[in-house]
Design a protein around this ligand. Structure first.
Ligand code: SF4
Length: 363
C-alpha cells in the first residue's frame, strides 16, 4: 500500500509546516494517540430517561469540558485511553441522541428547514433519515497529508452550487445505496487495515447525515483520524455536536461575500455563518482550509477570504489554494464563471496570500 503513495504524501511526513498545523492528526494516523471520537466514547454521562432536551445539552457541555481535560492528559501521556473504562452511556452516545432529536425538526445546517425527517418529510437538501452513499473508495487525489484517504461520498448537499463538479452526487439525494452506521463502521475498519490514513466524510455534503456519522464512529473499532470535509454551513447546534469527534476539519471557504454565495450556491448569510464555524473548528481541532479560486472572483472572494483567515486564524493556518476550477453543471448559464481561471488570476491569488502573510499555503 505505502509503496504506491505519491512522493509528496511521503515527503509531507517530514514537512515542518504540515507537522505544525497537523501534529495531533499525524500522531493518530501513526497510532501513537487515539482518535478524538474514541476519547469521546470514554466520557461518562449520567442522564435519566426523563431528562429534558435543555438538561441533555447542559450534560453535553459539561461532557465536552471533561473530554478536553481527558484529551490533554492522554496527549501529554499522563494517561492511556485503555485506562478509561467504557461507560454505559458516553458523551458520544449523548451526541447521537441529541442529533436524532434535531433530525425530527432538522436544523443540521443553517437553512433550518425544521422538517421532521424521521416522518419522511424532506428539507432543501432532500436527504432522508438513512444515509445514501454515492461512492466510497481509497482516494489518492486529496492533500498529501491525507492520502490514501478512505473517502465516503454521501448523496445530497445543503448547497446548490451551479458549478458543482460532483453535481451528479450532490444534487441527487436519492442516488447511491443506503448504508447503516454499522456497515459504515465495517467499511472503515477494512479501509484502515488496508492502509487508509483517515476516514474522510464528504459528499455532496456530510452535514445532513451527522446523526448517522456519529453513530458510525461510535461503532468504529479501529483507531483512525476522522476528517470532516464540508462546506461549513452547519448550524451552531451541529457544530457543538461535532466538537470533540473530529481530528481534522477539511473545509471549503468559497465566498468572500454573501452576494456571490447566494448567486452561485443559493444560500443566505454565508460569510457570517461560515466564518463563525471556522472559528469554532479552529478551537476544536486541526484545520485545512480549501479555497477554490474562481474566474472573475479574485477581488470579491479570494481576497476577503484570505484576509479573514490571516487575521482571525493566523499566518500558520494551512490553506490549500486551488486552481482546478472548471465550469461544470450549470456554469454555462453564468457567463462570468463559464471558463477556467487564467494563470494571471492564480498568480494574483498567490500574491494576495503572500501579502496577507499566510505562510502555510499549498497548491
Ligand atoms: S440538513 Fe437538509 S433538511 Fe436539515 S436543515 Fe439543512 S437543508 Fe434542511
Amino acid at each position: 500500500m505505502w509503496s504506491v503513495l505519491r512522493p509528496d504524501a511521503i515527503a509531507v511526513l517530514r514537512d515542518e509546516k504540515a507537522q505544525q498545523a497537523l501534529s495531533r492528526y499525524f500522531a493518530v494516523m501513526e497510532n501513537s494517540l487515539p482518535a478524538r471520537f474514541h476519547i469521546c466514547a470514554r466520557v461518562e454521562i449520567k442522564t435519566t430517561s426523563d431528562s429534558s432536551e435543555t438538561e441533555l445539552w447542559k450534560k453535553h457541555e459539561s461532557g465536552l469540558r471533561e473530554l478536553n481535560r481527558l484529551q490533554k492528559r492522554v496527549d501529554e501521556k499522563k494517561m492511556k485511553i485503555e485506562d478509561l473504562p467504557k461507560p454505559e452511556f458516553s458523551l458520544l452516545d449523548l451526541k447521537i441522541e441529541l442529533a436524532n432529536k434535531i433530525l425530527r425538526s432538522c436544523r443540521f445546517c443553517e437553512r433550518r428547514c425544521q422538517v421532521d425527517r424521521t416522518s419522511g418529510r424532506l428539507g432543501v437538501c432532500g436527504v432522508g433519515t438513512q444515509p445514501r452513499i454515492a461512492s466510497e473508495f481509497m482516494h489518492y487525489g486529496e492533500e498529501p497529508e491525507l492520502v490514501p484517504s478512505y473517502t465516503i461520498f454521501f448523496s445530497g448537499c445543503t448547497f446548490k452550487c451551479v458549478f458543482c463538479q460532483n453535481w451528479d452526487i450532490s444534487q441527487y439525494p436519492d442516488g447511491g445505496a443506503l448504508a447503516t452506521p454499522r456497515a459504515l463502521a465495517m467499511l472503515i475498519k477494512k479501509a484502515r487495515q488496508a492502509g487508509a490514513r483517515n476516514v474522510n466524510w464528504v459528499g455532496g455534503e456530510p452535514t445532513p447525515n451527522l446523526h448517522a456519522i456519529l453513530e458510525a464512529l461510535s461503532k468504529c473499532e479501529v483507531n483512525i483520524p476522522s476528517v470532516w470535509n464540508s462546506n461549513m454551513y452547519l448550524s451552531s447546534e451541529a457544530m457543538r455536536l461535532l466538537a470533540g469527534t473530529q481530528d481534522v476539519y477539511l473545509t471549503d471557504f468559497k465566498y468572500g461575500n454573501d452576494r456571490c454565495a447566494e448567486r452561485y450556491s443559493g444560500v443566505k448569510n454565508y460569510f457570517e455563518i461560515v466564518s463563525r464555524n471556522h472559528m469554532l473548528a479552529s478551537k476544536d481541532a486541526e484545520l485545512i482550509i480549501r479555497h477554490l479560486v474562481m474566474p472573475n472572483h479574485v477581488e470579491c472572494c479570494t481576497k476577503p477570504v484570505l484576509e479573514w483567515i490571516a487575521e482571525n486564524l493566523g499566518p500558520n493556518t494551512r490553506v490549500n489554494l486551488m486552481d482546478q476550477y472548471r465550469p461544470c453543471y450549470r456554469a454555462d448559464e453564468y457567463e462570468e464563471i463559464n471558463r477556467r481561471i487564467t494563470s494571471d488570476e492564480f498568480s494574483a491569488a498567490l500574491k494576495i496570500a503572500e501579502e496577507v502573510g499566510l505562510q502555510n499555503v499549498i497548491t
